[in-house]
Design a protein around this ligand. Sequence first.
Ligand SMILES: Cc1ncc(COP(=O)(O)O)c(C=O)c1O
Length: 395
Amino acid sequence: MKPISKTATNVHESATLAVDALAKKLKAAGEDVVGFGAGEPDFRTPEHICQAAIRAIKDGMTKYTPASGLEQLKKSVCTRFKNDFDLDYTPAQIVIASGAKHSIFVALMCLLNPGDEVIIQEPYWVTYYEAIEMAGGVPVVINTIEENRFKVTADQIEKAITDKTKLFLLNNPSNPSGVVYTREELKAIADICVKYDLYIISDEIYYKLMYDGKEFTSFASLGEDVKERTIIVNGISKSYAMTGWRIGYTASNKELAKVMANYLSHSTSAPSTISQYAAIEALEGDQDSIEDMRKVFEERRNYIVSRVQAIDGLSCLVPDGAFYLMVNIEKQIGRTIGGKLIQNGDDFALALLEQEKVALVPCTSFGLPNYVRLTYATSIEEIGKGLDRIEEFVK
Ligand SMILES: Cc1ncc(COP(=O)(O)O)c(C=O)c1O
């Protein structure tokens, strides 16, 4: 038989989903596994949002919608942008897709020509690298260091720019580091992007999960010239505990939005109509439950950080947002634990899962082999139990 697509066969399995799948398999086999792997809130979708979906079904809202989403949902997105960031968008600039991951993919497909370079920073969310390649682009990865809180600087970006650079892809707050950029840092990056005529995709999916009273700056709010070349990616999955509903959205200039709408019209069409009605309620309805969830995440962050920092041989930065913690395991490299030689985060994660039944994600696939990622989207009790086991493992 003739070979199947080279682009498709080059795509790797998502490491985060793979660890999660293994942990679920062990759990199904009756093992007492503590899961720090999955990147999704453990909360149920708030009741008023579920009711909106049920209403939509009962009212017969079960037909196709326009490929780029319901006008009413686009208006709700515009209202959120106005209320949250004082940003003015019109519905024609909004494109609804099947999750933020899908929004990123479609934006890349519509922006890149073969060989176009996309600058990303390490540690990066696994999907970026793969999606850029799937869209025919070339990922250019900038290394960052813990001493600079894993932030990329405007200077580093400027040095990475070539005549093939098309865009800079930013994730703020970051998965996996939980780090958040200040307005000044973003402004310096934006100036470089404007100077070299780059697009920016700013993935702001975790923007509602901010801690210590820190303020979040949306990239598009850095000036009209910046807004024009920025594609904001957002969605309801993380902030509203709605991962399974599959709604993401972008805000961009009208020309790109139109191209993305055309692209969607021949691929997925619109996401589920029922989910779109639920998303309207999520974005426009009562936001108190969202703040309640954020507060719980903050308590968990404080607890998990204090536990990790108390373990001899492990360390971590204090994350400003999202629900991830990157743990530095450099001091474990070269050790043999339970008969297993630890050479990187992959070995650490596998040995920990086998010996202590704790699932976490090695950061190898995020570009940092000497780190592992823990998700604190799980109860304080589970976090405590898992950290007891990690402490025992490292001892
Ligand atoms: C940085 C980042 N962007 C986007 C997504 C995907 O969000 P969605 O579930 O809406 O596709 C995730 C999910 O893990 C993420 O971590």
